[in-house]
Design a protein around this ligand. Structure first.
Ligand code: C5P
Length: 217
C-alpha cells in the first residue's frame, strides 16, 4: 500500500510524512533524497552528464527509515547529512529535470514499495509515479512560511545559511519543478489539499493518520 504527499519545497511534507510513519509504524520514503543523492554524483563528476551517467549506472543507492530519520547511502557510504548541503539544493532541480534520471529513481521507488506499507513524499508521486496510490495529499504553504521553516531546520543542523538565500533557493526550485517537461510538480486531481500555513503540525499529522487508519481498517 502506498500513500503519497506532494507539494512544493518546504511545505512540511517530509516532516509530516516522517511523523505519520512513526506513529502508524509504517515505512517512509523521501523521494527528494534520492534526487539529492543523484546530485551528489553529478557534483562529483563536475557536472558532466556523460561522466555522471557512467558513474551513476555503477552506483548503488540504498536507504532505510529508522528512529524517524530517513538514512541514505551511496555505495554504502552514509550521505544522509551530505545531501542537505546548500550546494546540493542549488543543483538538485536541474538534475531532477532529466527524464533518464527520473526513470531510474522511479523504478527504484516502485520496486521498494511493493514490499510494505509506505508513505512517500515528493512532487509528482500522485500524478506520475503512483497514480493509483490509495491516498494522495498535496501540502502547500506560502513562500515566507516555508522559508522560515527550512531556515530553522538548517540552523538546527548547524548549517551556515541566511533566510534570504533559502527563500531564493525555494522559489527557484518551485519554478523549475513546476515548469519542467518531465513530470512537473502538480497536484493530482484526486489529492486532498492541506494548507500548512493555516494549521499546526500536530493537526496535519492527525488528519493524515486518521485517513490512513480508516483505509487500513
Ligand atoms: O523534497 P526535496 O526538497 O528534498 O527535493 C529536492 C528536489 O528533488 C526538488 O526540488 C525537486 O527538484 C526534486 N524532486 C522531484 N520529484 C520528486 C521529489 C523531488 O523532482 N518526486
Amino acid at each position: 500500500m502506498i500513500v503519497v504527499i506532494d507539494g512544493p519545497a518546504g511545505s512540511g511534507k517530509s516532516s509530516t510524512a516522517r511523523a505519520v510513519a512513526g506513529k502508524l509504524q509504517i515505512q517512509f520514503l523521501d523521494s527528494g533524497a534520492l534526487y539529492r543523492v543523484a546530485t551528489l554524483v553529478y557534483l562529483d563528476t563536475e557536472k558532466d552528464y556523460h561522466a555522471f551517467f557512467e558513474k551513476f549506472n555503477k552506483s548503488k543507492i540504498s536507504f532505510h527509515f529508522k528512529n524517524e530519520r530517513f538514512h541514505v547511502y551511496l555505495n554504502d557510504e552514509d550521505v544522509t547529512d551530505a545531501i542537505r548541503e546548500m550546494e546540493v539544493s542549488e543543483h538538485v532541480s536541474e538534475v531532477a529535470s532529466n527524464p533518464k534520471i527520473r526513470r531510474e529513481v522511479n523504478d527504484l521507488m516502485r520496486e521498494v514499495v511493493k514490499h510494505d506499507i509506505y508513505i512517500a513524499d515528493g512532487r509528482d508521486l500522485g500524478t506520475a509515479v503512483f497514480p493509483d496510490a490509495e491516498l494522495k495529499f498535496f501540502m502547500n504553504a506560502d513562500l515566507d512560511t516555508r522559508a522560515q521553516r527550512r531556515y530553522r531546520e538548517l540552523k538546527q543542523e548547524g548549517q551556515d545559511v541566511s533566510l534570504e538565500e533559502i527563500k531564493e533557493n525555494l522559489a527557484q526550485r518551485d519554478e523549475m519543478d513546476s515548469n519542467r517537461a518531465a513530470d512537473p510538480l502538480k497536484k493530482a486531481e484526486d489529492a486532498i489539499e492541506i494548507d500548512t500555513s493555516a494549521c499546526s503540525f500536530e493537526e496535519q499529522v492527525s488528519i493524515i493518520c486518521e485517513k490512513i487508519s480508516k483505509r487500513i481498517n
